[in-house]
Each structure stands twice: as structure tokens, then as C-alpha cells.
Design a protein around this ligand. Structure first.
Ligand code: G3H
Ligand code: ZN
Length: 336
């Protein structure tokens, strides 16, 4: 079963820390991006971390977050089954409003890890909520990621107009008191379309946080959100300072939109009626001579293009993260 739980994920992060690489944590809301990621990760011999945000769950469930979360988790686990890599599922940016869903995901082992995002709350309340989730997951193996600081920009249902950089002193207290397994830090990256060249990246802060945690005997892997706009050299630098998880959503969304735009522009005359032909969508043009071309408008046609393009981009991103060739899958005899 290539869907792997938190115990294996912990092992994967340990290895990433020891060998100085990271995992791209990729948001999914539908199958095309997921399939592109599964193909690329398998070819690269990299384990794959996919994540579901509350907004993605809501979308996939036609407005019903619970149905969408259960549906996406089942889809990922089913599609992952034949691929010879470990596939991990993370809940991304789940907040105090989704506590019941978090409990259900833990209870039914729908995921490998969960991010509780209480970064919008005051310090004490952030600790209280994050700790509550860590306690709920205790003994299940499911890992908990908590965030300290604020990431600027918009990611689904989370938005912040300002960046609040993580305080290294607070980071130690935060990890100790929440018992979080992973710490998401704010060091100048932004959610959404951002430009690496213009960001005020504080790599020094990432290093300080890592050092303070280590001095306190804490080895929580660090997580960087909002990495879509980062330049490859910035990613490398961040990995050097202890980042093990690089969250990515916007980049794939762009690849999706770009591929669809190009595909439909190229096939516009197969789909749109020419001048002078009645626009009879209601009857699928059954009364006239002109017909649209099913090879162009079948969603699977554009879907296949999207899968191929995501696969290509994911290859480059896996290389950047350094996780290629590092899959844990073959390392275990009981799985061969
Ligand atoms: O949690 C998801 C990521 O932080 C998304 O970041 O907008 O740069 O892709 P991004
Ligand atoms: Zn994020």
C-alpha cells in the first residue's frame, strides 16, 4: 500500500534532515495535477507529499468540505496504490473552524500529517489550539505541523496583508508547549504569485530558528510555505538551513491554467461555432450542419495535456528539492 502513514513520514523527514534535502508538498484539488505528480515522482524515485486544503476539500465536495476531504483522501490513496513510492497526505492550513474534520481525519487515518494553522490567533491561543491537535493525534503516528508567524498573501481561505516574521525565541517555547512535530516558519516568503527577486527573505532567521531549536534539544523539521515564487538558488539556500518541506500550490495552478489556455486557443475552431452558425449549445448543434469536435472538447483531452505538463514541471521541482532517488519504498524488505 503506497499510501504511507505518519510513521513512515517521520522516517522520511529524518532522512531529509540527515541528508539535507526537502520534499515538495504539493496541493491537489482534482485528479490531473495528482496524476502528473505521481508519474513524475515515480520516475524520479522520490516519495510524494500531497496536501489537501480546506478550500480544496470544499471544492472537491461541491461545497461539502467533509465529503470533499474524504473523497480526495480516498482518491489519492486509490490512485497511489500501484506506484512504487511512498505517498503521504497532509492536511494543509486547517484552522479552528475545521476541528471536527481534523478529529475525523485522525480517527479514520485519512492522512499522514495535519497542519493546524492557528497563526492568525494570539500566541497563547495558537499554542492552545496546536497543542489540542497534537494531543488528539498522539499515539496514531500522524504528524502535526503548526505555524508561528504570519505568511503574507492569500492561500485558499487563509489570507494575511502583512508578514510577521517568526521570532526564534518564541519558536522554542512554541514547539515545546505544542509538542508539534513540524514547525512552519515565516521568513519572508508569500502565498500566491510572488517574485523571488523582490522578497525580503530572511535566511539568517531560518538558521537562527534551527539553531535555537537544536540547542533546546528539538529537531522539528522546518516548513516553508509560499514557495511558488522562489528562485532555485533561494530554495537551495533554504534547504541548507533546515527546511525539509516546501509548500507549493500556485505554481501548479498556473501550469494548469496555462496549459488549458494554450490547448483551447489551439482548438478554438473545433469548439466554437464559426460566424453565421447559430450558437445552439442547448441542442448540441443538432439542427444545423456544423458540429463541434469531440476530440477537442472532451475534458480528458485537455486533462491529458495538463497531466503531462505538471509531470514535466514536477520533475524540475523534485530535482530542486533534492528528493529524487530518495524513496523509502525499496528500503524496506516487507514491501518488495
Ligand atoms: O500551503 C500552501 C503553500 O504555502 C502555497 O504556497 O502559493 O507559493 O504555492 P504558494
Ligand atoms: Zn501555505
Amino acid at each position: 500500500m503506497p499510501f504511507c502513514g505518519g510513521d513512515r513520514l517521520r522516517e522520511a523527514y529524518r532522512r531529509a534532515q540527515a541528508e539535507r534535502f526537502a520534499f515538495m508538498a504539493n496541493n491537489v484539488a482534482e485528479p490531473n495535477i495528482l496524476i502528473g505528480l505521481l508519474e513524475a515522482s515515480t520516475e524520479a524515485r522520490s516519495d510524494l507529499l500531497v496536501q489537501i486544503s480546506p478550500g480544496a476539500a470544499k471544492f472537491a465536495g461541491g461545497g461539502d468540505k467533509r465529503a470533499g476531504l474524504r473523497g480526495l483522501s480516498a482518491l489519492i490513496r486509490e490512485l497511489a496504490a500501484p506506484y512504487p513510492i511512498c505517498v503521504f497526505i497532509n492536511l494543509d492550513h486547517f484552522t479552528r473552524g475545521e476541528m471536527e474534520l481534523i478529529e475525523e481525519a485522525i480517527e479514520d487515518r485519512l492522512v499522514s500529517s495535519i497542519m493546524i494553522d492557528a497563526s492568525q490567533e494570539a500566541f497563547e491561543e495558537n499554542i492552545r489550539l496546536s497543542r489540542a491537535v497534537a494531543e488528539a493525534a498522539a499515539g496514531t503516528g500522524i504528524l502535526i505541523e503548526a505555524e508561528l508567524g504570519k505568511i503574507k498573501g492569500v492561500e485558499d481561505e487563509i489570507s494575511s496583508d502583512e508578514a510577521l516574521y517568526t521570532d526564534p525565541d518564541e519558536a522554542v517555547e512554541f514547539v515545546e508547549r505544542t509538542a508539534a512535530d513540524l514547525l512552519a516558519i515565516s521568513v519572508g516568503t508569500q502565498h500566491g504569485v510572488s517574485k523571488g527577486r523582490d522578497l525580503e527573505l530572511r535566511v539568517d532567521l531560518a538558521a537562527k530558528i534551527r539553531d535555537r531549536l537544536a540547542a533546546a534539544g528539538l529537531d522539528a523539521p522546518l516548513v516553508l510555505h509560499g514557495t511558488s515564487g522562489l528562485l532555485p538558488e533561494q530554495v537551495q539556500e533554504m534547504i541548507g538551513y533546515g527546511i525539509c518541506k516546501l509548500n507549493k500550490d500556485t505554481h501548479y495552478q498556473y501550469v494548469y491554467g496555462r496549459t488549458a489556455t494554450e490547448f483551447f486557443a489551439e482548438h478554438a475552431t473545433d469548439i466554437l461555432p464559426p460566424e453565421g452558425v447559430e450558437d445552439d449549445v442547448g441542442n448540441l448543434f443538432a439542427r444545423g450542419d456544423w458540429s463541434p469536435n469531440k476530440k477537442a472538447f472532451d475534458p480528458r483531452a485537455v486533462g491529458a495535456e495538463i497531466q503531462a505538463r505538471v509531470r514535466e514541471i514536477a520533475h524540475a521541482l523534485i530535482e530542486q528539492a533534492g528528493s529524487s532517488g530518495k524513496t523509502l519504498w525499496e528500503a524496506r524488505e516487507d514491501q518488495q
